[in-house]
Design a protein around this ligand. Structure first.
Ligand SMILES: [Zn+2]
Length: 132
């Protein structure tokens, strides 16, 4: 399935994200100097204050659909969404939506992370409609 977060080549800036994913924990980087969240993948410098260091904070893994695209080249068609995460302002992740078809998706749909453990040993976060 395409559409999940594409960066499966961990480097210094994304390795903590993928290590946490293997533990089924969603983490997002935050600037240690000014507390500004870094979008994924975090660049080497904070866009707000140019500091380099970040801390990785565990997130609840819930959010809502900010916007979405229906991919109709595939059969069946599937939905790729930009998810606005709860608990950390301004950080959004792109993912395909698991179990949510083009007729069911809407802006603001509550979603939660689900973990896709792959045969190559990586784990990829995806999002499904929130059940709780
Ligand atoms: Zn900063």
């Amino acid at each position: 399935m395409s559409g999940a977060i594409p960066a499966l080549h961990p480097d210094r800036w994304t390795a903590p994200f993928w290590e946490a994913a293997r533990r089924h924990e969603l983490v997002i980087a935050r600037c240690t100097r000014c507390d500004t969240p870094r979008p994924m993948p975090p660049g080497p410098y904070c866009w707000a204050c140019d500091a380099g260091e970040v801390t990785w904070e565990r997130q609840p893994g819930t959010g809502e659909v900010f916007t979405y695209t229906v991919v109709r080249q595939a059969d069946p068609a599937y939905v790729v969404a930009v998810v606005a995460l709860d608990g950390i302002d301004g950080v959004r992740l792109q993912s395909d939506l698991v179990g949510v078809g083009p007729d069911e998706v809407r802006i603001g749909l509550p979603v939660e992370v689900v973990w896709d453990d792959r045969d190559d040993g990586t784990t990829v976060p995806r999002f499904a409609a929130r059940t709780t």
